[in-house]
Design a protein around this ligand. Structure first.
Ligand SMILES: Nc1nc2c(ncn2[C@@H]2O[C@H](COP(=O)(O)OP(=O)(O)OP(=O)(O)O)[C@@H](O)[C@H]2O)c(=O)[nH]1
Ligand SMILES: [Mg+2]
Ligand SMILES: [Zn+2]
Length: 298
């Protein structure tokens, strides 16, 4: 094998597959000197040392990368949510969609536990806002085939609040994975999350899915605390109205005659989406330090 994708990183070794074989690799010392770490999701060139072991020589350009969880080249961020216990707060979903948008990752909303609660409220919000939205049940298997079909040939990462059923859906997709799942409430003293490390599971030839522990660990600070003027572009459902808004530098939060606010009041933009935008915007204004923003130092 001379090239492949890193699907697992453990104790300083990178596990590379070309879809057929797996090679356990070290990274060239050069990477450490240049302060670069190979990431799960990286496409790499390798040199074989023995039949089973090799060295990562080169990391091909990444289309995106995250530090928490450490992963790259994601096609889809699958935000797993639920209206059964634990109920997902739309504000958290909107933070994640903004992060995804900033990082050039497409979003899929996956409403799980539909055997207990059909998730109509969340479906209404996200389907209407233009996101691919699926209703599934890891327990009964309902909707899982449709979800899987959408993920074919892509690298996807599951994120979502702890206990929402990310690992359970993966087990339903591929029972032989046997990922540990569990009730958070019962795990006293052993840490909150069941899922700890990041690994891409190979579902079929070019289809990979990564499980991650709850929302809190996803890389949110980088994009959410950046320039407030850019936040509007992280809400793709606002796009047609941003173009119509005639005020330069409009915050779309209180200006009279703002086209975005008008779209919210006539129902073209879902109100909870705009509420989240305004909440993140206010937080950004509080913390924004223009003199620390590289782009404004030009
Ligand atoms: N009724 C029902 N229960 C589910 C469903 N999916 C998952 N569960 C249960 O919800 C609990 C949590 O599921 P996990 O798959 O561990 O949740 P997770 O999102 O991976 O949680 P973390 O790894 O902590 O982030 C388990 O007890 C599952 O059996 C579902 O579709 N219906
Ligand atoms: Mg899990
Ligand atoms: Zn406006």
């Amino acid at each position: 094998m001379d090239k492949g994708i890193i699907f697992k990183s453990l104790s300083g070794f990178y596990y590379v597959t070309d879809g057929k074989e797996t090679v356990r690799c070290r990274a060239r010392g050069r990477f450490r000197h240049e302060n670069i770490s190979p990431l799960v999701g990286d496409y790499v060139e390798i040199t074989m040392d023995t039949k089973t072991d090799g060295v990562v020589d080169k990391i091909l350009p990444r289309r995106n990368s995250f530090s928490r969880p450490p992963i790259s080249n994601i096609d889809y961020m699958v935000i797993v949510v639920s209206e059964a216990s634990p109920v997902t707060d739309p504000f958290l979903i909107d933070c994640m969609t903004a992060v995804a948008s900033h990082s050039n990752v497409e979003v899929i909303i996956c409403i799980n536990k539909c055997d207990i609660n059909a998730g109509e409220k969340l479906y209404e919000i996200y389907n209407k806002s233009g996101f691919k939205t699926f209703k599934v049940s890891a327990k009964t298997g309902a909707g899982i085939d449709e979800l899987l079909f959408a993920l074919k040939g892509k690298i996807s990462v599951f994120t979502g609040n702890s206990g929402v059923g990310k690992s359970s859906i993966l087990n339903r997709i591929s029972p032989e994975l046997s990922i540990t799942t569990g009730e958070i409430s019962k795990k006293l003293g052993r840490g909150r999350h069941t899922t700890r490390h990041v690994e891409l599971m190979k579902i079929s030839n070019n289809t990979f899915i990564g499980d991650t522990p709850g929302f809190s660990s996803f890389d949110t600070d980088r994009s959410l605390l950046s320039n407030p003027a850019e936040l509007q572009y992280a809400f793709p459902d606002f796009a047609p109205y941003i173009d119509l808004c005639k005020f330069t530098g409009c915050s779309h939060t209180r200006e009279k005659g703002c086209a975005v606010l008008q779209a919210v009041s006539n129902g073209s933009i879902v109100k909870s989406r705009h509420d989240s935008y305004a909440r993140i915007y206010a937080k950004q204004l509080e913390q924004y330090r223009p003199w620390e923003d590289k782009k404004s130092q030009r």
